[in-house]
Design a protein around this ligand. Structure first.
Ligand SMILES: *Cc1c(COP(=O)(O)O)cnc(C)c1O
Length: 221
């Protein structure tokens, strides 16, 4: 069984176990630092939804892959520097890492000039970890409102990376609650180790890398 068939089957099982429609959960294939051949194999199987965490790395492979494979839905799931906003908006269909006011202002300015903007998810630091990006849970409602109402940004979802050393359940629950009370339809949570749990808590998009492609091969950069 290929990695894609296996993960897809696991997503379907987890959705059914949670009394959810399997079609309500999308698989984001996290292709960062994966050899091109592995990415091509997944594309050859027909998968078209991918996640990358670095703008520059994504620029190096996706324009060419889009030329060869046609329409691909590409999500940025890693931190975005304000000086990379333009190339990020050129390349990505969705930016899941909207995590601070300065970035929102920059995206809004650029969106006004272009008359178009990628879909946006607000990243929430559910564990309030100092070293991790994301809006503090207590500030999420106000930030989401400001982005949508004052900056007219197309915020349609929410994303989190729970602390690695804790059970993710309470973090998934918190994220789903923030999404619900703000009327956000997309909930991006769950990775290789915990995507089935995330589905039980309402994830609409799971971000799976190593369980799908195999372990990432370090490149030293
Ligand atoms: C790398 C990454 C993933 C995928 O991680 P795996 O454990 O390999 O599934 C998911 N989300 C984000 C934000 C990542 O950077």
């Amino acid at each position: 069984m290929s990695g894609l068939t296996d993960i897809t089957a696991r997503i379907e099982r987890a959705a059914r176990a949670a009394n959810r429609d399997p079609a309500s959960v999308r698989l984001i294939a996290v292709s960062k630092v994966q050899p091109l051949a592995r990415i091509e194999a997944i594309l050859d199987e027909g998968h078209r939804l991918f996640g990358e965490n670095r703008v520059q790395e994504a620029q190096g492979k996706w324009p060419d892959l889009r030329e060869r494979y046609g329409e691909i839905d590409l999500h940025l799931i890693g931190p975005l520097q304000t000086n990379k906003v333009k190339p990020a908006m050129d390349l990505f269909d969705t930016i899941q890492s909207l995590d601070r006011n300065r970035l929102a202002v920059k995206i809004a300015t650029e969106a006004q000039e272009r008359g178009t903007c990628p879909d946006l998810y607000v990243q929430v630091n559910t564990g309030a970890e100092k070293q991790k990006a994301g809006i503090a849970p207590d500030d999420a409602d106000a930030f989401i409102a400001r982005c949508r109402e004052e900056m007219d940004l197309p915020v349609i979802g929410i994303m989190a990376i729970p602390p690695a050393d804790e059970p993710p359940d309470s973090h998934f629950d918190l994220l789903a609650q923030i999404a619900e009370r703000n009327g956000l339809v997309e909930i991006s949570m769950g990775m290789s180790a915990d995507f089935e749990t995330a589905i039980a808590f309402g994830a609409t998009a799971v971000r799976v890398g190593s369980a799908l492609f195999g372990e990432r091969i370090p490149t030293g950069g």
